[in-house]
Design a protein around this ligand. Structure first.
Ligand SMILES: C[S@@+](CC[C@H](N)C(=O)[O-])C[C@H]1O[C@@H](n2cnc3c(N)ncnc32)[C@H](O)[C@@H]1O
Length: 238
């Protein structure tokens, strides 16, 4: 009897219950996806190419992630978005383009140097009137927006990792019911599952991933795109 149970337990392992049904993307399949699933605007491509010359270009989201985010903006019928971490403006350009004509995107960043690049592309793309750049620590901007009782349909968190949890909390308050929080870098290059990594950024991302997984106020989904993107949708009050 015990033997049967041990065999059964071996069969019903976590691995069996959660089969690895995903298909790893090699570079040819990734290129195929870019070719058939991504419509990157010409100016966005130009901005990506210009950013690629910078030392920290890897901070920019990928074009396939941008495509997903543009789709989410449209599916959510978002009119007001808050972005935390804009860098050279690529994700902002993509989301602003997906917004309706009267939509608004508030961008938070602390770097004038990087956001100057973005602003030039936003202008060329005819999107500058939709984008309100706030050059200040994001927590200050978010607190000010909260005091003004501003509300948003979508928030994209992609700045300093140590403040991720605080950004999530305040974004939750700023969101309308049904609104969506997108959290970038939730895989953190795979370090979230490497327990040898105990640096502050990795711990902050692990903490937030755990917090969102257990947060009953949101519907969740973790997408294996880019460096991992979590979607947390604020539930309507029941
Ligand atoms: C990963 S990059 C953003 C990439 C951008 N979303 C894109 O796809 O191109 C992170 C940005 O967060 C900004 N940042 C870092 N700490 C910040 C803070 N405390 N407040 C606001 N922005 C901050 C950095 O200046 C940097 O531009």
């Amino acid at each position: 009897m015990l033997e049967c149970w041990l065999i059964l337990r071996q069969i019903i392992t976590k691995e069996t219950l959660m089969p690895k049904t995903f298909l790893p993307l090699d570079s040819s399949l990734y290129d195929y996806m870019l070719e058939h699933g991504v419509r990157e605007p010409v100016l966005a491509r130009g901005l990506r190419e210009e950013t690629a010359k910078l030392e920290f270009s890897a901070m920019q989201i990928s074009p396939d992630q941008a495509q997903v985010m543009a789709m989410l903006v449209k599916l959510a019928n978002a009119k007001r978005i808050i972005e935390i971490g804009s860098f050279t403006g690529y994700s902002a350009l993509i989301m602003a383009q997906a917004l309706p004509q009267d939509g608004q995107l508030v961008c938070c960043d602390i770097s004038k140097e990087w956001t100057d690049i973005g602003q030039s592309y936003w202008q060329q793309a005819g999107l500058a009137q939709k984008i309100d750049l706030r050059l200040a620590p994001a927590l200050d901007t978010l607190q000010a927006l909260k005091q003004q009782q501003q509300q948003f349909d979508l928030a994209f968190i992609d700045a300093d990792k140590e403040n991720y949890s605080a950004y999530y909390d305040i974004c939750f308050e700023l969101l309308k019911p049904g609104g969506l929080i997108l959290v970038d870098n939730v895989f953190w290059g795979g370090w979230v599952v490497d327990l040898a990594q105990q640096d502050a950024d990795t711990l902050a991302i692990r903490d937030l991933n755990q917090k969102i997984a257990q947060d009953p106020r949101v519907d969740i989904c973790m997408l294996p795109i880019g460096d991992g993107l979590t979607l947390a949708r604020k539930k309507h009050a029941s």
